[in-house]
Ligand binder design. Structure first.
Ligand code: SF4
Ligand code: SF4
Length: 432
């Protein structure tokens, strides 16, 4: 694609990076067929190619974002399915991240939208605030229908509907701690316990620690680590995202220089995609560029790390049929497709793959709150495909997908690590 940025514009490293990405696009349109919003809405402007043109126009003109551009960029799930499909290696992720930052800096959203976004950015990254908000949301659930009818407040209705009926108690596993390996030690890892996941299902961290310890891996939850920054990053709040990244880089760098780390293990693939991008996000910060690159190189999804170990024979082989839902951040963001399925098979599960496995379930961070209608259509399509596999349950590696799919599925939806922990000597997951 030809571009016409001026030398002055290209002096900005963010613009220069976007220009490089834009030039790689040959407008072939292959990406449109696998884009969930194009498949759902059928509008070229809701396809990757359409959005690339909108972003090009906005950045080249150096103008503030307009309502139409914002509408179509906001509808993008950042699922990155387009990156898997693109034959030209267009880095849509970095392009849309830049566009979102530009929108945040130059566009004044309507008041209800600003309030909802500010609320999400204030609450979600902090487990204590999120837990308190979920408890309040339980009381507010009966008002969801009312918010649905008030213009601009549908996201509040979506939030109330997604809030679980029971908020689990906080787990000590999510606090800074060290967990020794059983038997002969063969590795030492840091675990990101995360923000939303630690509140919605603290058992995921507990099971990850127990399983890793059982197979000989010491696990530390380092002091100072926190939210990975993905939630605010996807809202274009660049400074907040970079602050979260720097905090984590510092926390993990201390561990790398102290006891050493074989990996930084992540159990929510949405966080994994962002942490693997810290090297890029902090490339212009001389104090952090090198450290961030090291951290990104060590970041591993829990299944990616487990696949590097020789696991013992499972304690039991449950033999259940499991529909494996590959989160977009897992398959498109991190290109991890093989390991979760192979681990489940080796642990004695029969893995079923749903049709349209490349399409997003509509969760996508805060998307199911900010774009509830498109999100619900994608969720229903996903649940239909998962149900058609005839499996007894669904496994996936991202808390956002678990919450989203479970809100409409009739079968249990569990984290992949819960099933692996069960097969390798842990408790049977609840609801199975
Ligand atoms: S597939 Fe790649 S090169 Fe083709 S239009 Fe989409 S982004 Fe551009
Ligand atoms: S990230 Fe997903 S929703 Fe956005 S343009 Fe690409 S395929 Fe479409």
């Amino acid at each position: 694609m030809q571009t016409t940025f001026s030398p002055e514009q290209l002096a900005d490293p963010h613009v220069a990076e976007s220009e490089k990405i834009l030039r790689a696009c040959v407008h072939c349109g292959f990406c449109t067929a696998t884009c969930p919003t194009y498949v759902t809405l059928g509008n070229e402007l809701d396809s990757p190619r359409g959005r690339i043109y909108l972003i090009k126009d906005m950045l080249e003109a150096g103008r503030p974002a307009d309502r139409e551009t914002v509408k179509h960029i906001d509808r993008c799930l950042s699922c990155l399915s387009c990156m898997t499909t693109c034959p030209s290696g267009v880095n849509y992720m970095h392009l849309v991240d830049h566009a979102r930052t530009h929108i945040e800096k130059t566009y004044r959203r309507p008041l209800p939208d600003r309030l909802v976004r500010a609320l999400l950015a204030f609450v979600l990254p902090r487990p204590a605030r999120f837990r308190a908000a979920l408890k309040l949301a339980r009381l507010g659930k009966p008002f969801a229908g009312l918010f649905d009818r008030l213009p601009g407040l549908q996201p509040l209705a979506a939030m109330l509907r997604l809030a679980p009926a029971v908020v689990p108690a906080a787990s000590p596993a999510s606090k800074s701690s060290a967990h020794a390996a059983s038997g002969q030690k063969r590795g030492r890892v840091a675990l990101l316990t995360g923000c939303a996941q630690a509140v919605l299902d603290p058992g995921i961290n507990e099971r990850t620690i127990a399983l890793l310890n059982r197979v000989g891996v010491e696990v530390v939850v380092p002091p100072g680590e926190g939210c990975c920054g993905a939630l605010v990053h996807h809202m274009g709040k660049e400074e907040a995202a970079l602050a979260a990244a720097r905090k984590n880089v510092d926390a993990w760098a201390r561990q790398i220089e102290g006891g050493g780390l074989d990996a930084i293990v992540i159990t929510a693939s949405g966080c994994g995609t962002t942490i693997k991008d810290y090297g890029f996000m902090l490339r212009l910060d001389p104090a952090y560029a090198e450290k961030a690159k090291r951290v990104s190189a060590l970041a591993k999804d829990v299944t990616e790390y487990l696949a590097t170990l020789t696991l013992p024979e499972p304690k039991q082989r449950p033999g259940l049929a499991v529909a494996y839902h590959s989160a977009c951040s897992m398959q498109h963001g991190q290109k991890i497709t093989r390991q979760p399925k192979e681990l489940l098979q080796a642990a004695g599960f029969v893995v079923k793959e749903p049709r349209e496995g490349h399409l997003c379930c509509g969760s996508a961070g805060t998307y199911n709150i900010l774009q509830p209608e498109i999100s619900a259509r994608l969720r229903d399509r996903k649940v239909k495909n998962l149900t058609a596999t005839g499996a007894a349950l669904v496994a996936t590696g991202n808390i956002g997908c678990i919450t989203q799919i479970a809100s409409a599925a009739s079968m249990p939806v569990v984290h992949t690590v819960a099933l692996l922990d069960w097969a390798y000597g842990g408790e049977k997951p609840e609801g199975i």
